[in-house]
Design a protein around this ligand. Sequence first.
Ligand SMILES: [Zn+2]
Length: 248
Amino acid sequence: MGVAALALTACSSPGSTTSPTPSPDQPNPAAGAPAVPVASGPYPYGQIQQKAAPIANGEVPVVRRITTDKPYVFITMDDGAIPQPEAPQLIKDSGGHPVLFLNQKYVHGHEAYFKSILDSTGAVLGDHTVDHPNLKGKPYEFQKKEICDDADDLQKGLGQRPTLFRPPFGNYDSNTLKAAAACGMRASVLWSAAVNDGVVQFQVGNKLRPGDIVLMHFRKTFVEDYNAFLAEAKKDGLTPVPLADFLG
Ligand SMILES: [Zn+2]
């Protein structure tokens, strides 16, 4: 490849320059697991395997990858801009159990589509703000409204209230983490690998590592992107499992 570091882009991201924060395996007394349908896997899905770090100083923990020695990997699907018709069946057949970090502005008018994914695949809903703004540097009240309103709208439209949050573009500040906590989130989830145009981009080395959180989007290339993720995970000996089970 000859490139030292590939940009792991989120949407039309200006790029995240924030430093990774480790996710120690500490109990979170405020945790509440979203419902994940029980399915066969390396463990009974829906059973909490690890806890998110606790909320500290009013801020949710920032999670970039999961610390685990088990051969697990996690897939996340963002925005919802293009609801590709093949996606629900593909997700169901793969057993990939993604977290969908959705914006209300994209869900609006496509509630049945996203609800069908949640109801049939064991996917879990995540909060990604209403309008996908760059939150960093914005006033606390602005940030809180974007995050809380997305949770409220998703609960109303899709019947599931998110408790995991992802800041648009991966950009955040202290107010973001405080607002997320105030809106009932228990972690701010970033990523450690991404799929763009059918190509998996790694943060380190040339393969996925146990505990990697992979970012992709509801785009025109959904099928190519998701199949590229599944093939890479298989090649690297990793099983996609529900992220919520590791952020209980
Ligand atoms: Zn996004």
